[in-house]
Design a protein around this ligand. Structure first.
Ligand SMILES: *[C@@H]1O[C@H](CO)[C@@H](O)[C@H](O)[C@H]1NC(C)=O
Ligand SMILES: *[C@@H]1O[C@H](CO)[C@@H](O)[C@H](O)[C@H]1NC(C)=O
Length: 331
């Protein structure tokens, strides 16, 4: 019943169409720009196959770089980014042919002995040659996952990527394996210092990017923005002043790699070694009894305490001894 209704509406549409309107006009047709509809593309697990069950009936132009023509021979199942590919039986029209009716077939693969191999499911379509491209009048198939094929140039397979979506294809992101190296503090001129995060990845590629995040005790600080490096830069720099508020923490960096244009598929995170930036006491704990002789404790800073002027610089430590309870001292 549904098919009949579709045919009637198609026939009506075509009758109306002749002479009165031109489906080659961009205001009439809709564009389908899905490179995976190519017969050169094999649907890969765990990809969601394309299904045209909700495709509104109407005129379509296939605009992906895979090509704009429906195949006129039967594609294998699992091609065209779907499970049951639909192809066109018959030839494409010339411009003079105007709008022609064609049978489109779904490859349900019901066996070589079937009455209509590769064409167990049929749907009527219309085609017009727009001198340079074709437009197709399509209606939705009755089930899923069934979809119309278009083009034959193979796009990048699942898990691979390229700026164009077609060959030459590379991995979805650079396959970083070695952890980044944190070095520092590096004193610049007795006035400032910095930490370096070196990315261990020698390969050069103008499309690759490295996102570097600085961490303090493993956590990111929203005030210290991530840096993005590109070739040939492999070193992110943390200025010493950004340690403010993060003294006495373990400083580290984390790197994720991606290709420009494919930031949605970043590599996993690689964490650097860490560096304790702050004050240490040696010994770490000291118990002094009232009767005992004096004891020494050395306090040192793992990060430079730099003077930004020529007069003397000093740091004050406050020593707190809770004499009433005899608690360990704190500083
Ligand atoms: C359309 O028809 C013309 C002849 O009328 C033909 O040369 C051309 O290859 C056909 N296809 C396209 C996509 O233009
Ligand atoms: C840094 O300080 C040290 C010691 O005070 C001094 O010997 C050195 O020349 C200074 N370096 C610079 C670049 O000012």
């Amino acid at each position: 019943m549904r098919l009949l209704a579709q045919l009637l509406s198609l026939a009506g549409f075509l009758a109306l169409g002749r002479g009165q309107f031109n489906p080659c006009s961009g205001s009439i047709y809709n564009e389908l720009n899905e490179p995976h509809r190519s017969t050169g593309y094999e649907t890969g697990y765990p990809e969601k196959p394309i299904c045209d069950i909700h495709l509104p009936e109407g005129w379509y132009r296939f605009t992906s770089k895979a090509g704009g023509e429906m195949p006129t021979t039967c594609p294998d199942r699992l091609k065209c980014g779907t499970v049951v590919p639909i192809w066109m039986k018959g030839t494409h029209p010339t411009v003079a042919d105007d709008i022609v009716m064609r049978e489109a077939c779904g490859n349900f693969n019901s066996g070589s002995g079937a009455a209509n191999p590769c064409c167990e499911h049929k749907v009527d379509i219309a085609v017009k040659n727009c001198s340079g491209f074709y437009v197709y009048y399509l209606s939705p198939p009755p089930s899923c996952p069934v979809a119309y094929c278009a083009g034959d140039i193979p796009p990048c397979p699942l898990g691979k990527w390229s700026p164009t979506g077609f060959a030459p294809c590379k991995d979805a992101h650079p396959q970083l394996k070695t952890r980044p190296t944190l070095t520092g503090p590096i004193i610049l001129n007795n006035k400032s210092f910095e930490f370096h995060c070196d990315i261990n990845w020698p390969q050069m590629d103008p499309d690759q990017r490295f996102q570097v995040v600085w961490t303090f005790e493993g956590k990111e600080d929203p005030a210290v923005l991530p840096q993005v490096l590109q070739d040939p830069d492999r070193t992110a720099i943390l200025d010493g002043t950004l340690l403010r508020g993060h003294l006495n923490t373990n400083v580290g960096c984390q790197v994720r790699a991606f290709y420009d244009g494919n930031q949605a598929q970043m590599s996993g995170t690689l964490k650097s070694n860490t560096f304790y930036a702050g004050v240490t006491m040696n010994p770490a704990k000291l118990v002094v009894s009232e009767k005992a002789f004096e004891e020494e404790i050395s306090i040192s800073s793992t990060v430079p305490i730099l003077c930004d002027h020529n007069t003397e610089c000093c740091i004050t430590f406050k020593l707190d001894v809770d004499a009433t309870t005899g608690q360990p001292l704190s500083y």
